[in-house]
Design a protein around this ligand. Structure first.
Ligand code: AOS
Ligand code: ZN
Ligand code: ZN
Ligand code: ZN
Length: 426
């Protein structure tokens, strides 16, 4: 399945007039307010988010899983699906692989396929939360933190193998997410588990190439329900600092306890030059169950406000690895990802509309009301015409969701692949 350029331009014909009207209206208004609309549109067009290979099939829970069929069953097909997303949205120009689920059999062929679809290989993810076929040691009681030296060595070696695989594809980062922790008080010695994890990460770090990053993800609970070894940004930052300058904290939006001020975490990590990556999703209760922006779009906007500030004011912080990390039980996975990409772009666009100078002045004057007005004024702007323009400029479609349906992509995939389903991640 590959979307042709003519399909896109044909599809766009119907909506162009109405797009031009709403874009011109908004662009005029924003220009009068002093915004540089061309620069905002080009920032949006440049913003690319990686699609994780495991989000392309319908997710499930331990209670059941309902397929949408036509799901990708090989790495090639996963990359083709990302190609579809990217062709429509022009904002999904990267894929994030999970090893061992996505080990390429023919590296050149995979690279060529991705290249032809304008897709890069973003961070590679290791997996020490499941036991692998023929593995000598089990991760049942942890991996990098395990009390057994043999288990730790196996997990370290796996991460080094993942770097090696990523290197052959052109990836520049390794993301480590551990399920290590404990389910009951007393099960673990907190200090031993943390020290083991630190020592293991330092061993992995020795194998991180100079132009790579090591991204350390944190999560407060699940699958362990009493303690997680890397439970929060503080733990992640300590480990990153111990490892060295190529190691960073990765923030996954769903990995916070209720009401955490994620925007503040993001802000301070950037100040310290230690925010390396981002996993987008949304949740009512926890983790990555829901589409980006479906529950707390205002929080997402506030986070983007800090990200924009950091991108403009914190040269000490590197470019970030952006990825969607979500699971979808009742939506077509590709539609879900399209909605997520749209929500990310929308929050980014609104954050770009915040008048940073006016905000700074209001903050200096302690004009609390004005500060809120500035933020909410940007938030209340309907920025969708800017998103459309950014997509159009890059050769994408006006409305990705409508185009996906009008072109009957899922129908085409089912015809091509039959009732394939995929085993997905957590
Ligand atoms: C798990 O909760 C983390 O969010 C991981 O980033 C990711 O979902 C996992 O590695 C995929 O299985
Ligand atoms: Zn994640
Ligand atoms: Zn997660
Ligand atoms: Zn998950």
């Amino acid at each position: 399945m590959k979307i042709q350029k003519e399909q896109i331009s044909d599809y766009n014909k119907n909506g162009l007039e109405s797009h031009n009207e709403s874009f011109d209206f908004l662009a005029n208004k924003l220009t009068k307010e002093g915004h540089d609309v061309t620069s905002i549109v080009s920032k949006l067009a440049d913003f690319q988010v990686a699609i994780p290979s495991w989000a392309l099939g319908a997710g499930g829970t331990r209670f059941g899983r309902f397929s949408f069929y036509g799901e990708p069953s090989s790495l090639e097909q996963k990359i083709e699906d990302v190609g579809v997303l990217h062709a429509l949205t022009q904002t999904a120009g990267a894929v994030s692989l999970h090893i061992p689920w996505d080990v390429p059999s023919d590296y050149n062929a995979i690279k060529e396929l991705a290249n032809g679809l304008d897709i890069k290989f973003d961070a590679v993810n290791s997996n020490t939360f499941q036991d692998q076929k023929n593995a000598k040691e089990s991760y049942k009681y942890g991996s990098l933190s395990n009390t057994s030296e043999a288990v730790r060595q196996q997990a370290i070696q796996h991460n080094l193998d993942v770097i090696n695989i990523g290197n052959k594809l052109g990836s520049k980062a390794l993301t480590v997410w551990l399920s290590d922790g404990s389910c009951f008080p007393g099960q673990n010695n907190f200090q031993t588990a943390f020290q083991n994890t630190q020592d293991s990460l330092k061993d992995i770090y020795k194998g991180v190439p100079d132009d790579w990053k090591l991204l350390i993800e944190y999560k407060p609970y699940e699958p362990n329900f009493y303690s997680t070894v890397i439970q929060d940004w503080g733990a992640s930052l300590m480990l990153a600092n111990e490892c060295g300058e190529k190691a960073f904290t990765l923030v996954d939006l769903g990995h916070h306890l209720p009401n955490s001020n994620i925007e503040q975490i993001v802000s301070i990590l950037q100040l310290k030059g230690k925010l390396g990556g981002f996993h987008f999703n949304d949740s009512k209760y926890g983790d990555d169950d829901l589409t980006v922006g479906s529950i707390k779009p205002y929080a997402l906007f506030l986070i983007f406000n800090e990200l924009v500030y950091g991108m403009e004011n914190n040269p000490q912080n590197p470019d970030l690895a952006w990825m969607i990390d979500a699971s979808h039980n009742v939506k077509d996975p590709l539609e879900d990802l399209i909605q997520s990409l749209e929500a990310i772009q929308e929050a980014y666009a609104k954050a770009l509309l915040i008048d940073q100078n006016a905000l700074k002045a209001a903050q200096s004057n302690n004009d609390v009301v004005k500060c809120q007005e500035i933020l909410q004024g940007a938030y209340r702007t309907d920025v969708r015409p800017l998103l459309e323009k950014a997509r159009l400029n890059r050769g994408g479609v006006l409305s990705p969701i409508n185009a996906y349906r009008a072109l009957d992509i899922r129908g085409g995939l089912i015809k091509e692949r039959g009732k394939n389903t995929i085993a997905t991640g957590l």
